[in-house]
Ligand binder design. Structure first.
Ligand code: BMA
Length: 822
């Protein structure tokens, strides 16, 4: 039972300095220094460098707490630390009780004998992770990507040492809750729930483990509460340390990922008592579902698809990275905004990438509630590990601890051993010893799979991302397992290259862009606002990133007429590239069953692969994701002047659709050809709906530069999906001023923005100068003469604004405005 919270006000000081400053726990050194006004915003301009240096010192945290006589009467008193980052020495009343070296696990220490009635003190000393690694490196360096710090020696979130999207800011501190627990011989040690689904019936198998002497009779009462509030209760007497209780759920309501059904959740409460005395309790929230990865041999190799409640789904989502470098600033609210943005963009899954940390409980609660299947990497990425001795013990303890914490969540889709390490050993020139290669096999193919089998056997376990068979055998083979494809971007292949790839499950691919102007203003002075300035390059962590953005712009768009236009075009190339890949893989639904782009979010304001920046602002890509991940997608596969129109139906229902298309001459907006076709698309399938050949009409380059195809898939009067095809790169197209007209109306809960476009307009951007908000659609195309309504829900706005203010704040542009005309 939790007796005393030690969160809240502490004091903190740099060990070599005399003065203490006020600190907040959970928190961190940087966040306390920031609150005390001792450092400036580490994200501003080049402050990263000076703040990094502060991690070369040791810091001490201290607080007092009062222990009453009644507390001391407990047989056991434990100090619980849910997260210490990272090299820590813990003392209570001047007596050292432990040293720790792993931010990824929780710790429990016996403090019964040390506590005294009255005022007690607790001190936690954090030693510099930078100094520690420097010393280890001097003895024997260990390979790691993106940073030569030898970070793989330390169980600390790797991205903190700098990544190709993260600054190097290795913070430290008491980053999760700390408290005292007390119990009298008896407490609930573990509640582990598994489920059996048989012909629509669900039986829960609740395994209980108690911390008590055998043969004692303790009462356990279990309550399962359905989403509608119906309760099933069961009581037993425990005579052993471990017991199974089976509970059948009447009329089970299943949990589904977003887009497939409801996110029904059941609460389970376990209460331990002796006679009338309630001794301990634990609650869990679960979802009734079966979930695995299906791998079936087929004509191409072997499939790789999530199967939920018997249905194979196409996974749509992105890779999640930490939301801040100062973890104290992450919160449930910020995370909820991000997770909500995922489901608003039609995601049904998310991958938690292995170079970070195991997310908070609330992250998984939110994924349960919103319906995002979580691909959870273990926290190993782009590094080589010395898997023996104390390090090995730490790793095992950490994985067991996190599997036990997370395994009951409805949203947990799979555990994955690491990020890109099997691939690293097979494809990268790491020049590491054979001995370290053997450690890889022991860690990722023997020990951790066994830990998973013992701790969470019902969740699918995958050796590495990417992987095919394990054992360094073609880990990134497109026909087996999952795939990371960085040929577009890192090797500058054109977007059309994606169409040559038929991965079974694409778990990483991406293109960078700059964040929007508002975000750039947060870390720059006006004189920095040039992408090749020192400060802008400080906020670009991928060595050749800006060059590549410029390269892709040059392939697709005209030379931008301003810094603002350059930012805008960078977001458009990112959007187009990812759309190209996703639409192709969704057209090949069945062969490919997942497209998880790199990356969802950012930890600071930076040029990166993210679709949502560190302020939570949607880039063009995130709006495009809402369209290309839509449950029913109409997409065009163009090749010269022929176009095939496809429909991908990810729903569990038939689509009774009508596809209308028009070939239009842009100068006059005259319709050259058109057609309408009706048809049925079966659930969970992708079909080629229509094949068009315009070679006769578009027989000159000039005509190709002036004509476009617009297509729209409707069901009844609902537009399900639409698109526009150009027959030349947009940079060669003969755009005319679309003369977009805007008319805004206010309704109680939203603003309705009516738009008309005289001529074809590509990538129309709606932007608010000051306030942030999420539009129902953005960066979309309009054919000449089209009328459209876009909604801005008031609850998405970061402040209340009037209609008048909105009119002043709203700016609109399209591709036509991004380049010089004469
Ligand atoms: C993949 C990821 C990250 C990296 C990204 C972009 O390798 O796993 O390590 O940030 O590519 O290069």
């Amino acid at each position: 039972m939790k007796l005393m919270d030690l969160n809240g006000k502490w004091m903190m000081k740099r060990v070599d300095e005399p003065q203490w400053i006020e600190a907040k726990v959970p928190g961190s050194v940087y966040s306390d220094l920031l609150s005390a006004g001792k450092i400036e915003d580490p994200f501003y301009r080049e402050n990263e460098d000076s703040v990094y240096k502060l991690s070369c010192f040791d810091y001490e945290y201290s607080r007092e707490f009062t222990v009453t006589k009644s507390i001391l009467e407990y047989d056991f008193l434990k100090l619980k630390c849910e997260g210490l980052d990272t090299i820590a020495e813990i003392s209570v009343n001047g007596k050292k009780i432990a040293e720790t070296e792993n931010m990824h696990r929780s710790y429990e220490f016996d403090i019964k004998k040390i506590l005294a009635e009255g005022v007690n003190t607790i001190n936690i000393l954090f030693k510099s992770p930078v100094t520690y690694l420097e010393e280890r490196k001097k003895v024997k360096p260990i390979w790691s990507n993106f940073s030569d710090t030898s970070f793989a020696y330390l169980r600390k979130a790797h991205y903190m040492f700098g990544w190709d999207w993260s600054p190097a800011l290795p913070d430290m501190g008491i980053w999760r809750s700390i408290y005292i627990e007390g119990f009298n011989k008896q407490r609930i040690d573990e509640v582990y729930v598994t489920q059996k689904h048989e012909q629509g019936n669900v039986t829960l198998d609740i395994r209980l483990k108690l911390d008590l002497d055998d043969g004692m009779d303790y009462g356990i009462s279990l309550t399962v509460c359905s989403p509608q509030g119906d309760k099933i209760e069961k009581s037993i007497t425990m005579y052993k340390r471990e017991e199974h209780v089976l509970i059948e759920i009447p009329d089970p309501l299943l949990w589904w990922p977003n887009g497939c059904g409801e996110q029904n959740l059941y609460n389970i409460e376990v209460v331990l008592s002796k006679g009338e005395n309630r001794l301990d309790s634990k609650s869990l929230r679960i979802g009734l579902r079966t979930m695995t990865i299906n791998q079936k041999d087929d004509e191409w190799g072997r499939s790789f698809a999530y199967e939920i409640n018997g249905i194979e789904i196409f996974a749509k989502g992105a890779n999640f990275v930490p939301m801040d470098n100062i973890l104290a600033r992450c919160s449930r609210e910020r995370t909820e905004r991000l997770i909500k943005s995922c489901v608003d963009a039609n995601f049904n899954s998310i991958r938690v990438w292995g170079g970070a940390y195991y997310p908070e409980d609330y992250f998984f609660d939110l994924c349960d509630e919103y319906g995002l299947i979580v691909w959870q990497d273990l926290m190993f990425a782009c590094g080589v590990y010395d898997f023996f001795g104390k390090f090995k013990e730490e790793v095992i303890a950490e994985v067991v601890c996190n599997m036990k914490r997370i395994r009951h969540h409805a949203s947990l889709g799979l555990w994955c051993g690491n990020n890109e390490m099997e691939q690293g050993w097979s494809e990268w020139d790491m020049k590491e010893s054979e001995e370290r290669k053997q450690y890889y096999i022991d860690q990722f193919e023997v020990v951790l799979p066994q830990v998973a089998k013992d701790t969470d056997p019902n969740t699918f376990y995958w050796l590495a991302s990417p992987s095919s068979f394990g054992g360094f055998d073609r880990p990134n083979d497109e026909n087996y397992g999952d795939m990371h494809d960085w040929t577009v971007w890192h090797s500058r292949e054109p977007f059309s290259y994606y169409r040559k790839r038929f991965p079974r499950f694409m778990s990483e691919f991406g293109l960078q862009s700059f964040p929007c102007r508002k975000t750039i203003e947060s870390f720059t002075l006006p004189e920095d606002r040039n992408i090749f300035s020192y400060i802008m390059e400080k906020h670009q962590k991928c060595g050749t990133g800006n060059e590549k953005i410029m390269y892709y712009i040059s392939q697709n768009f005209r030379y931008p007429n301003s810094f603002d236009s350059l930012l805008y075009l960078s977001q458009l190339v990112q959007t187009e590239g990812i759309r190209y890949g996703v639409e192709h893989w969704r057209r090949n639904r069945g062969r490919c069953m997942g497209a998880i782009y790199w990356q969802l979010n950012d930890c600071w304001p930076v040029a990166s692969w993210a679709s949502i920046d560190s302020f939570g602002r949607w880039k063009a890509l995130h709006y495009a994701a809402k369209r290309f991940y839509s449950r029913v997608l109409a997409s065009a596969c163009e090749d010269g002047t022929s176009v095939s129109l496809h429909i991908t139906n990810d729903t569990l229902n038939k689509v009774n659709g009508t596809m209308k298309w028009r070939l239009i001459y842009a100068l006059t907006e005259n319709v050259l050809m058109h057609n309408l076709r009706e048809g049925i698309v079966e659930p969970l399938t992708a079909v080629e709906f229509e094949k068009l050949d315009f070679s006769k009409v578009l027989d000159t380059d000039d005509k190709k530069r002036n004509a476009y195809l617009d297509f729209k898939l409707t069901e009844g009067d609902k537009v399900l999906s639409s698109g526009i095809v150009l027959f030349v790169p947009a940079k060669y197209f003969n755009f005319k001023d679309p003369e977009i007209e805007v008319n805004i109306k206010e309704e109680p809960d939203r603003f309705v923005i009516g738009l008309t476009s005289k001529k074809l307009a590509k990538y129309i951007e709606l932007n608010l100068k000051i306030t942030d908000g999420v539009f129902s659609d953005n960066y979309f195309d309009m054919s000449g003469g089209e009328i459209r309504e876009v909604y801005l829900n008031k609850d998405s706005l970061t402040r209340n604004i009037s209609l008048q203010e909105l009119k002043l704040e709203l700016t609109i542009r399209s591709l036509y405005d991004s380049y010089e005309k004469a």
